[in-house]
Every structure is written in structure tokens, then in C-alpha cells.
Design a protein around this ligand. Structure first.
Ligand code: NAD
Ligand code: UDP
Ligand code: UDP
Length: 326
């Protein structure tokens, strides 16, 4: 997408998986990017290649505290995203979603910046409607182990809509479905990173439950494309807008695909299903198609191949570090 002028853009959570790809893309479009991150789950490695760019600035900061900067646009991505990360310190997870949203909305209000919220398909919980449409209000347990994340993100959506109604802010809410690709954290416990690391290192592939639960996986480049398209829509489109790839498959399918694609000899083993694990998930992306002219284009096998290359490099780096220190 061609931009007509250069903007000062804040990306919170910019050192994370999605944030680092977004910073990269915005810089390539010629914008000034301010990446704010407290490195809770993200790393400097993810953005090391951007540090030399004169248009890139990195600030270590926790969004639960106020932030005073001058920017034209804000992408609010700061929040641990994988179940083991967000359940590690659930109170901090809720604070990041809720206090973080209040601070970033306060900032947007002061400088009259447009603001984008990285919401999630988790707002639908263990959905009774399939595929999930934006109009569905969800089926979320308010007191379970996933609630810190689900309810935090739901409250953030409420805050975004209220800042719009009360203060006339220009807001964009994206409900992001499972996304994968290079720079996923190798030990974040998410299914793609787990299966990749297990397959490439010859460990058993841990399928939870019977592996019949489903998810729909979107490649990161497609997702970042959708973020920028949504941000650049007219004020009237606030969202929420579902963003994801409607190609749905079971966890057993994905395990078999990753084993085949990596040429692994790993066996598949079955482990208990975590509490409140959603049974199925697939986005209805009619709104994104119509309003953004967007549809994911990266085929799953191609995305998985690129992701496998990344995890191979992660494993090689770990091996050479081990050899060096031996
Ligand atoms: P990630 O964990 O790689 O990135 C999150 C980033 O936020 C990290 O760099 C982390 O250090 C930073 N962060 C966390 N708490 C912070 C705080 N208090 N202050 C400042 N920085 C903080 O996760 P991701 O997959 O890149 O997810 C990015 C966003 O997208 C999250 O808001 C997540 O909820 C949302 N999302 C992701 C997916 C997905 O499949 N990846 C799906 C739905 C929603
Ligand atoms: N805030 C911020 N940066 C700014 C402006 C505000 O971090 O540039 C924070 C501020 O600390 C406040 C929050 O955003 O707690 C909400 O701001 P708002 O103006 O909406 O509310 P108020 O300041 O009246 O509580
Ligand atoms: N899962 C699995 N094995 C793993 C990790 C996850 O079978 O090693 C399952 C998990 O139970 C869930 C699905 O894969 O049904 C997706 O899990 P993930 O944590 O990636 O995302 P989320 O549950 O938040 O969609």
C-alpha cells in the first residue's frame, strides 16, 4: 500500500512477534516508528535489524504507566499473547490490557492520534456460533485461567468504544485469530511453535486432548497487511473487524502436516486438554473482505515452510551457543 505522507507511528509491544513485523513494514513505507516495549515476552533480537534505521526509535516502557510522546498514530499491541505467557502473571496481564488501553487512549485523546487495538478471537471464548462473526457476543468464562486475557481484551474493547462515543476518538479494533510465522517465541507454548520445535528436535509432538479441536491459522505477513489496511480506513469504520485465515483444521491435522513438512521422525503423543480450551475457531472475514479489500494469500504449507526455516535457525543458534560454552 502506498502512503502519501510520512507519519510518526507508535507501536506498543513492538519487540514482540507481530509488533516486530509491523514495525518493519511501517519503516519500509517510510514512516517514523517509535517502538515501546517492556520486553516481557518480546526481545531486542526481534528488532535488532531495525536499530540502525534513522527512522526507528526504541523505548523500554511498561504501558501500565502513563506515556507522554507526540505521535500521529498508535498501534496498541502490548500484551502477552500465548496462554502460558499470559497465565504466568495473570494480574499483570489484566493490568496491561486495561490500564495499558486507558493510558494509550488518554495519549491518543491528548494528541488526537488514531488508535488501533490488537484484540483477539478469545473475546468469543468457547464459541457457540461457528464460524465467528463480529456480531456474536461470545461465551467467555469470567473466572477461569484464560479470563485474565479474555476479559482484559473485552474490557479494552469497551474502553475503545467508550473513548469513541465520549471523546470522538478515531479507533480501530482488530479481532485477531491465531497467527503464526517467523519470530514466534520458541517456548511460548503455542501450538505452532511447540510442534515446530518438537518436530525439528526429534521430540514427541504433544497433541492436547484427542487433537480434534480446531483453529484457523493466518501467516504473519497477511496479518500485518490487514492491520495497515484497517488503520487506513475512514473514521466511520471502528470495527471490531475479524482478521484471520478461514482455513480451519484440527490440531491432529496440523501435527501431521508439520511432521511431514519438516521430514521429522517424531511420534505424536496425547496430553490432557487444558481447562477452557475453545473447541473450534474460524473467523468469518466477510467484513474484512468488503471493508479492507483483504483476504489472506499465503498458503498454509508455504507459511509453515518459512516458519520452519526460522525455528531451524533458532535451534542452530542454541546448538552453537552450547558448543561454544562447552
Ligand atoms: P508477543 O508476546 O510476541 O508480543 C507482545 C509484546 O508486548 C511483547 O514484545 C511484550 O514484551 C510486550 N508487552 C507485554 N506487556 C507489556 C507492557 N505492560 N508494556 C509494554 N510492552 C509489553 O505476542 P504477539 O503474538 O506478537 O501478540 C501481539 C498482540 O496481538 C497482543 O496484544 C495479542 O493479544 C494480540 N493477538 C495475537 C494473536 C496471535 O496469534 N499472535 C492472536 C490474537 C491477538
Ligand atoms: N495519559 C498518558 N499520556 C498522555 C495523556 C494521558 O499516558 O499523553 C494517561 C493518563 O495518565 C491518564 C490516562 O491516560 O491516566 C487517561 O487519560 P484521560 O485524559 O482519558 O483521563 P484522565 O487523565 O482524565 O484520567
Ligand atoms: N495445543 C496442542 N499442543 C500443544 C500446544 C497447544 O495440542 O503443544 C492445542 C491447544 O490445546 C489448543 C490449540 O492447540 O487447542 C491452540 O493452542 P494455542 O495455545 O496455540 O492457541 P489458543 O488456544 O490461544 O488458540
Amino acid at each position: 500500500m502506498k502512503e502519501t505522507f510520512r507519519k510518526r507511528i507508535l507501536v506498543t509491544g513492538g519487540a514482540g512477534f507481530l509488533g516486530s513485523h509491523l514495525c518493519e513494514r511501517l519503516l519500509a513505507q517510510g514512516h517514523d516508528v517509535l517502538c515501546v516495549d517492556n520486553f516481557y515476552t518480546g526481545t531486542k533480537d526481534n528488532i535488532a535489524h531495525l536499530l540502525d534505521s534513522p527512522n526507528f526509535e526504541l523505548m523500554r516502557h511498561d504501558v501500565t504507566f502513563p506515556l507522554y510522546v507526540e505521535v500521529d498514530e498508535i498501534y496498541n499491541l502490548a500484551c502477552p499473547a500465548s496462554p502460558i505467557h499470559y497465565q504466568h502473571d495473570p494480574v499483570q496481564t489484566t493490568k496491561t490490557s486495561v490500564h495499558g488501553a486507558i493510558n494509550m487512549l488518554g495519549l491518543a485523546k491528548r494528541v488526537r492520534a488514531r488508535i488501533f487495538q490488537a484484540s483477539t478471537s478469545e473475546v468469543y471464548g468457547d464459541a457457540h456460533v461457528h464460524p465467528q462473526q463480529e456480531a456474536y457476543w461470545g461465551n467467555v468464562n469470567p473466572i477461569g485461567p484464560r479470563s485474565c486475557y479474555d476479559e482484559g481484551k473485552r474490557c479494552a474493547e469497551t474502553l475503545f468504544m467508550d473513548y469513541r462515543r465520549q471523546h470522538g476518538l478515531s479507533i480501530k479494533i482488530a479481532r485477531i485469530f491465531n497467527t503464526y510465522g517467523p519470530r514466534m517465541h520458541p517456548s511460548d507454548g503455542r501450538v505452532i511453535s511447540n510442534f515446530m520445535m518438537q518436530a525439528l528436535s526429534g521430540q514427541p509432538i504433544t497433541v492436547y486432548g484427542e487433537g480434534m479441536q480446531t483453529r484457523s491459522f493466518c501467516y504473519v505477513d497477511d496479518m500485518v497487511d490487514a492491520f495497515i489496511r484497517l488503520m487506513n480506513t475512514p473514521d466511520e469504520l471502528t470495527g471490531p473487524v475479524n482478521l484471520g485465515n478461514p482455513h480451519e483444521l484440527s490440531m491432529l491435522d496440523i501435527a501431521r502436516r508439520i511432521v511431514a513438512l519438516t521430514g521429522s521422525s517424531s511420534e505424536i503423543v496425547f496430553k490432557p486438554l487444558p481447562l477452557d480450551d475453545p473447541w473450534h475457531r474460524r473467523p468469518d472475514i466477510a467484513l474484512a473482505r468488503d471493508a479492507l479489500g483483504w483476504t489472506p494469500t499465503t498458503p498454509l504449507d508455504e507459511g509453515l515452510r518459512r516458519t520452519a526455516q526460522h525455528f531451524r535457525r533458532v535451534l542452530e543458534a542454541a546448538e552453537s551457543r552450547a558448543a561454544y560454552s562447552a
